[in-house]
Design a protein around this ligand. Structure first.
Ligand code: SF4
Ligand code: SF4
Length: 134
C-alpha cells in the first residue's frame, strides 16, 4: 500500500506554519545535522529551540525556520520523521473527529474515500511500515 493512495501533498505549506513545531528525536537530530553538513553546535545555535531535553525547530515569521514560501521545506531530506508522517497520523484510526480535523487542515488528504475506507488503507500502510513517511 502506497501513501499516495491516501494522500498527495499539494505543497500548500499549512503544516509548516504556526508557533510550534514537532520535536526531534535523536535520529532526527543526527539526520538533520548530516543533511545540513554543519556541526551539531552550529545547527543547534541556528535552527533549534532547546527546552530541557526537548529539541524543536525555531520559528521565524510565524513558520518553521526551514520553510520557504517559494521552495517549501529547505531541509526536506533531513526533516524530522514526524514531518514526514504528516498527515497520516495514527490518531486518525482512533476517532473520526481526528480524520475530520486533519482533512480540514490538509488539502492533500483524499477525504473523498470516506472514513472507513481511509482507515482500512491506513491500517494496511501502518502494518507495512513502522514509520510511515509520506
Ligand atoms: S498541509 Fe498537507 S498538503 Fe499542505 S503542505 Fe502540509 S502535508 Fe502537504
Ligand atoms: S522541517 Fe520542513 S516539513 Fe518540517 S515543519 Fe519545517 S519546513 Fe515543514
Amino acid at each position: 500500500m502506497e501513501s499516495s493512495t491516501l494522500f498527495k501533498c499539494t505543497r500548500c505549506g499549512y503544516c509548516c506554519q504556526g508557533e510550534t513545531t514537532v520535536s526531534l528525536d535523536d535520529d532526527d537530530q543526527r539526520r538533520m545535522i548530516a543533511e545540513l553538513d554543519m556541526t551539531r553546535e552550529e545547527v543547534a545555535r541556528r535552527f533549534w529551540r532547546i527546552t530541557g531535553t526537548v529539541v524543536q525547530m525555531k520559528i521565524a515569521d510565524g513558520h518553521c525556520i526551514f520553510y520557504d514560501n517559494d521552495s517549501g521545506c529547505r531541509v526536506h531530506e533531513g526533516r524530522p520523521w514526524r514531518c514526514g508522517q504528516w498527515p497520516l497520523h495514527p490518531s486518525i484510526l482512533e476517532d473520526e473527529s481526528n480524520f475530520t480535523a486533519i482533512s480540514e487542515s490538509c488539502p492533500g488528504i483524499r477525504k473523498e474515500l470516506g472514513y472507513d475506507e481511509f482507515c482500512r488503507r491506513l491500517r494496511h500502510l501502518l502494518a507495512d511500515q513502522q514509520k510511515v513517511i509520506c
